[in-house]
Write a protein that binds this ligand. Sequence first.
Ligand code: DX5
Ligand code: ZN
Length: 215
Amino acid sequence: MAEIAPSVLGADFGHLEREINKADNAQVDMLHLDIMDGHFVPNISFGPGIVKTINNLTDTFLDVHLMLSQPERYFNAFKKAGADNITFHIEVHPNPVQYARIIKALGCQAGISLNPDTPVEHVLPYLEEFDFLLVMSVFPGFGGQSFIPSALQTITAARRFIDKEHLTTRIQVDGGIKSDNAPEVVAAGADILVMGTAFFQAEDSQSLTRQIQSL
Ligand code: DX5
Ligand code: ZN
């Protein structure tokens, strides 16, 4: 059973309430919120104010993906805004354990993410501290990019390690996932699929959700 996490970056912000209701009506597993600072990634998205707005529209689990050079400056603000999980990137901090503990002390779950060109070995030693591993299958910054196939090897290696060590860390995959490549991503070992464009532009978001959840 895979889970689906629509990325609100792919939503129509002119009709945000309608878009959040669409995800709720489809009974998605969580909402993925992409936060970009124009420094760690070459794009700027939105901040805690919009997260709070979304939190007021839904009871769904809010999974906040921080693409920030200095994520630690904002952990508290996103927790206050309603984040249930906070994920940051290994590339900004070679030893992420301290940050994981700060996030958990705030009462959030914690996730660690890696870019497509970061070796999976960089995160494996720390996974026991994290609830989620977010494998990027595009270079972060923009929705609507194509899935990078080498992410499948990263997912496979992470799955093998998590199973061997009996960890509870769940693998999320983010970027370029559509209904046609979702099966191989799940077969490689993903637990949760982030889908921006594919979810919010789907003709039938409910049947897409059911399809993913049946994988
Ligand atoms: C990439 C973001 C993703 C992305 C997913 O920078 O982290 O969450 O928006 O969007 P799609 O599914 O359109 O690739
Ligand atoms: Zn993301």
